[in-house]
Write a protein that binds this ligand. Structure first.
Ligand code: SF4
Length: 428
């Protein structure tokens, strides 16, 4: 979507004969870039893209690597502090219409449980990103800690409030999927985010918390606003940037999808990919269609078939996320049917249960704690690894299903979220 916008604006500039140098370079690199005021953002370009930009200004290609280090490893977002780059080069970049251009945190909300919710500005929009400090070791999908992470954990704990953390990232502004229990759905899709806008949320939050990427344990969940698999190319470009340039392993990333089958098939063929979570939320097509209209396009059988094509690694687990809506998806028979579905799929899967949090304008009810535990028990006794997600940041509207577009409703300052992921961590 952003590339299209760039192409369009380039065309317009071309016609009027005022195409900025930055736009000319974008056409050469083929990479999408967001606009920051009159300038184009460098943030989001690969090393190759940055090298091409440097070369277009008469510099050697190695300047691309220097630019990448400044933007992604040192997290510099201001020409004045990029002292590894010659002043003359910085000046030429500026004159050619480039700016560092990382998305910025413009507002933050802190929960009593330590969760922080941010509004991050990307161009003319803001998106939500959530920081969840996690010191209790509950995240079952994590890889074992590395030696340096273990060694630094005690040290870290003594000077910070957290030992490790999860960042929940948005992939679109709004969402077109229209899940009936989700407040983000009410926005509709406003636009896709570029790779730089997706990765930029992460780098902005890492910077805020002075995270040392090789010492602190950071997980990413692509479960914020939007359906990542309906913005697949930008999402995967962001994953590569976060892996190659920011230094976060793909095993530490989880992407959640509502079940976009063609994108799942592409995902299956990726040489390196994050872990996968499927927002399932119902044990059969009839119930799923009533809560997730997308099921009419890709019913459960087709979804499961696409998942079976993924070459899971030996210890890798697929997660089925399941929002419990009282009287709709949380009955005992639903649990039995879900257990049979998961078992018969043959997939290396586990289930995350999410007790739905009430939201304005959504005609569903939250399940009782007893019914959530009974549902879990039913699955456990069928041999299905099952966790209950503990809501995080309820007091700042950061818990799953609790956030909303409060700029419109006036209930809180701002925000949107959806029940399939967001500010929650799992506990058994
Ligand atoms: S739950 Fe996810 S996919 Fe469904 S409408 Fe909300 S943001 Fe979109």
């Amino acid at each position: 979507m952003e590339l299209g916008q760039n192409e369009q604006s380039s065309g317009e500039n071309s016609r009027s004969g005022t195409m900025p140098a930055a736009s000319l370079t974008l056409l050469r690199t083929g990479e999408a870039s967001q606009t920051v005021g009159e300038a184009q953002a460098l943030f989001g370009h690969s090393v190759a893209g940055l090298a091409a930009i440097a070369e277009s200004l008469g510099e050697k290609p190695y300047r691309g690597r220097q630019l990448a280090d400044a933007l992604y490893r040192q997290r510099q977002n201001d020409w004045a502090v990029m002292s590894t780059l010659p002043l003359s080069f910085r000046e030429r970049l500026k004159q050619a219409g480039w700016t560092p251009g990382r998305p910025e945190i413009v507002e933050s909300f802190r929960s009593v449980d330590g969760t922080e919710r941010y509004l991050i500005r990307t161009g003319e929009h803001t998106v939500e990103t959530v920081w969840m400090p996690d010191g209790d070791g509950a995240a079952e999908v994590d890889e074992p800690e590395t030696q340096s992470e273990r060694a630094s954990a005690l040290d870290t704990a003594s000077r910070q409030e957290w030992k490790r953390a999860t960042i929940c990232v948005s992939s679109q502004v709004g969402c077109a999927v229209n899940c009936q229990f989700c407040l983000t759905a009410k926005l509709g899709l406003q636009r896709n985010l570029t790779a730089g806008e997706i990765a930029g949320q992460v780098v902005a939050v890492l910077d805020r918390h002075a995270v040392e990427i090789n010492r602190n344990r950071i997980n990413l969940v692509f479960m914020g606003m939007g359906e990542p698999f309906l913005n697949y190319d930008h999402f995967m470009a962001a994953v590569r940037l976060l892996k190659d340039e920011v230094g976060i392993a793909t095993q530490r990333m989880t992407v959640s999808t509502s079940g976009i089958v063609p994108a799942i098939r592409r995902f299956a063929a990726e040489p390196e990919r994050p872990r996968l979570a499927i927002s399932l939320n119902a044990p059969n097509d009839a119930v799923r269609e009533s809560v997730m209209p997308i099921n009419r396009k890709w019913p459960i059988r087709e979804l499961i078939e696409s998942l079976c094509a993924i070459p899971f690694k030996p210890r890798e687990k697929l997660t089925f996320e399941y929002v419990l809506l009282d009287g709709v998806t949380n009955r005992r028979e639903d649990a039995r049917e879900l257990a049979a579905l998961v078992r018969h799929s043959g997939l290396p899967a586990m289930v995350n249960l999410i007790a739905w949090n009430p939201g304005p304008g959504i005609a569903h009810s939250s399940p009782s704690q007893d019914s959530v535990l009974a549902f879990q028990q039913e699955l456990l006794s069928a041999g299905i690894q099952t966790y209950i997600r503990r809501p995080r940041g309820r007091d700042i509207y950061a818990a799953c299903g609790q956030l909303k577009r409060t700029t419109e409703t006036g209930t809180a300052k701002s925000g949107t979220a959806r029940p399939r992921g967001g500010a929650e961590e799992q506990a058994q």
